[in-house]
Design a protein. Structure first.
Length: 501
């Protein structure tokens, strides 16, 4: 047994950090999870209402504008915020330099989007997209001039403030989008909702943190931050090409309506699993950076992060796979049913991706972001190799299958390297993942049996199936935990103790 595994087996489940840091990590995780749950709950309501009021083409039009904005954003990333979180020394002297760089970047991106909007609209054969892109461009200015001081929300694990910052903006987006959708019944309801959200974020960034940035330049300080951030930039570009390249491909070759279907399928299939993984990653990155010189505690923490992520995200992805047809028909309407096969394939991709997402904070927190960048290259190669023939044969389902293959390709490398860096054994890592998979398979069989007995479907039966799946998963977990000592009881008790301390 290696040192990390010994530390895990001998102590309570506290991420094996020092006591105060462990409590901050768990409490921060609860705040972030609450934020994600609240945001996505409101987002779920927003999606259902807007999907009823608007057409798939409207979502596709906004998707084009957001794709262009995301492209410029990805290819101009500096990684300065991540560098500020990673840096162990005092970072206040770097804040003005970082803020000035981001503000200038925001202005440049705004101008580029406005200038290129006509060409982009021609590329996607959609004249309607031109003015949407120009308005969306204004979001770049709002983001660029936000208060750099909010980086301390993550660096110091003050996620309560992060909750207020992000949740308030989500509420505004919900209110504006839905109100305008009833009035306008077109894509502009989505556009103005997003604009209002970013405006609120700008205001709150200065309300919630006392730091007041000033325009200041320092080449040496910028170089120090960018020497770390350059790998974040590389990884961001590659992740963008992988996660957004499929959207660009669909919009160009399969059409705007197909893009609307595909983006909605991706949203539904990946939302729960990836959001859970994102919460855990955002908490563990600053924690890992504090443990970068203690391999034993780092390895123990990593195993527990994998355990928690797998325990929550795998059954969520499995539930989406099983109930996707019923969910789409009941909540979105029959016009969205053509995307169900894509939802199921992307749910599997989201499941694998959520486990792989636990590795990125390890690479960043230990000063090895180049590993993430290098393995993203293999993911991109795999996607490029299969996306065209698969899409020609199976449409958006083929694109989804290409994404699944790409995700599998990267997952192998990410997890092998993370295990090597943290000193964990592959066998113990596999144990953390395998048992939730078995429990989810049991849940799958239970739901299928109940579906056959019911024979019909409406909202009440959908709720019944969902409840049966949750109860079944926990029942199988308790059963297998007795035989394989998975540690669910210890994990739950440690989290509860930290919250009540």
């Amino acid at each position: 047994m290696t040192e990390p595994e010994r530390a895990v087996s001998e102590g309570p489940v506290s991420l094996q950090l020092n006591e105060s840091l462990s409590k901050k990590v768990i409490k921060g995780g609860i705040w972030l999870f609450g934020l994600r749950l609240s945001n996505r709950g409101l987002g779920f309501i927003r999606t259902i209402i807007l999907a009823r009021l608007l057409d798939p083409k409207d979502f596709g039009l906004l998707g084009i504008a957001l794709l262009v904005a995301s492209t410029l954003d990805a290819f101009s990333q500096t990684g300065l915020q991540s560098a500020l979180v990673y840096k162990k020394s005092d970072v206040e002297s770097y804040l003005d330099v970082a803020w000035s760089s981001l503000a200038i970047r925001g202005m440049i991106l705004f101008l580029l989007l406005v200038v290129t909007a006509p060409s982009v609209a021609d590329f996607f054969n959609s004249d309607e997209a031109e003015w949407i892109i120009k308005v969306v461009a204004f979001n770049m200015l709002l983001t660029g001039f936000g208060n750099i001081g909010i980086v301390f929300f993550q660096k110091d694990l003050e996620f309560k403030k992060q909750f207020v910052y992000e949740f308030s903006a989500t509420v505004v987006d919900l209110a504006v989008s839905i109100s305008l959708a009833f009035i306008l019944r077109n894509v502009w309801a989505l556009v103005w909702g997003g604009m209002a959200k970013n405006f609120v974020r700008l205001i709150l960034s200065y309300v919630l943190h006392p730091y007041r940035p000033k325009l200041r330049f320092g080449i040496q300080k910028f170089k120090e931050l960018f020497s770390y951030g350059i790998w974040i930039f590389g990884s961001t570009v590659l992740v963008f090409l992988i996660t957004q390249g499929d959207d660009i491909f669909v919009g160009k070759f399969l059409g705007v309506t197909a893009l609307g279907f595909y983006q909605m399928a991706f949203l539904i299939s990946n939302l729960p699993a990836t959001e859970i993984a994102d919460v855990i990653s955002r908490v563990t990155f600053p924690a890992y950076s504090k443990l970068q010189n203690d391999r034993v505690k780092l390895g123990s923490a990593f195993l527990k992060v994998v355990q928690l992520t797998a325990y929550v995200s795998i059954p969520l992805a499995g539930g989406i796979f099983i109930l996707s047809h019923e969910f789409v028909e009941i909540f979105l309407g029959a016009k969205w049913l053509p995307m169900v096969p894509a939802v199921r394939i992307l749910a599997l991709s989201g499941l694998i991706g959520s486990i792989s997402a636990t590795t990125r904070p390890v690479f960043q927190g230990t000063g090895n972001p180049r590993i993430d960048t290098k393995w993203q290259i293999f993911r991109l190669i795999a996607l490029i190799a299969v996306i065209y023939p698969f899409s020609r044969r199976w449409g958006i389902s083929g694109v989804s299958l290409a994404v699944l293959i790409s995700t599998l390709t990267g997952a192998v490398g990410f997890n092998v390297m993370a295990i090597r860096i943290t000193g964990c054994s592959a066998l113990n890592w596999l144990k953390m993942v395998a048992l939730p998979v078995f429990n989810t398979l049991g849940m799958f069989v239970l739901i299928m049996l109940i579906k056959k007995l019911i024979g019909r479907m409406d909202l009440s039966y959908f709720i019944l199936l969902s409840a049966a799946g949750i109860i079944g998963y926990f029942a199988f977990t308790c059963l297998l935990d007795r035989f394989f000592n998975y540690g669910v009881k210890d994990m739950t008790q440690a989290i509860w103790a930290s919250l009540n301390s």
